[in-house]
Design a binder for this molecule. Structure first.
Ligand code: HEC
Length: 150
């Protein structure tokens, strides 16, 4: 399974898109908003801010896995960085200058999410470190490829 997901990601290079660049940026932000929405309760459970609930944790982790199966190629259409669309996106132009680096961050995220999916239902003690690892991959990508401000 992991091998399949990784290979999906590796072919997820930018594709020619018919969408308007602003639409692409909006969709990309929507995608990451979904990632954030699903990860939020898991982070809260890991910190003990939300009571641990095996069923809910498993469901959020499964949704994250589903999101990692989405081929993000269309969201990386050229001409959609913050340099080209100021105020509309925080996607750093660096993504397009260093696509292999960005892909590597994506691969680390994907692997951490797969591990989280296995740990999510196995108790708070198993969940917390797996959430920490995923969180590290969010931060790792944002540091290099997401601007702090619009
Ligand atoms: C491979 C790189 C990468 C990984 C991994 C990643 N992000 Fe992001 N994220 C981005 C980029 C790039 C943007 C900026 C998108 C834009 O503004 O067009 C972003 C934007 C966001 C946003 C703001 C969306 C909006 O409404 O503008 C949230 C929330 C977010 N990410 C959460 C997360 C969380 C939580 C994780 C981990 C569970 C994560 N991201 C993992 C690259 C990544």
């Amino acid at each position: 399974m992991r091998r399949l997901l990784l290979s999906t990601l590796l072919v997820a290079l930018p594709t020619v898109s018919l969408a308007d660049p602003e639409q692409v940026a909006e969709a990309r932000r929507g995608y990451f908003a979904l990632v954030g929405l699903e990860f939020g309760p898991l982070a809260a459970m890991a910190k003990g801010e939300l009571p641990y609930d095996a069923e809910a944790a498993s469901a959020h982790a499964a949704d994250l896995v589903t999101l990692t199966r989405y081929n993000p190629g269309d969201l990386l259409a050229p001409g959609t960085s913050a340099a080209e669309l100021p105020g509309k996106t925080r996607a750093a132009a660096q993504i397009w200058q260093d696509m292999p680096g960005y892909q590597a961050k994506g691969a680390a995220f994907l692997e951490a999410v797969a591990a989280l999916n296995e740990a999510a239902g196995a108790g708070q003690a198993a969940l917390a470190p797996a959430v920490g690892k995923v969180g590290g991959t969010c931060k790792g990508c944002h540091e290099d490829y997401r601007l702090k401000d619009f």
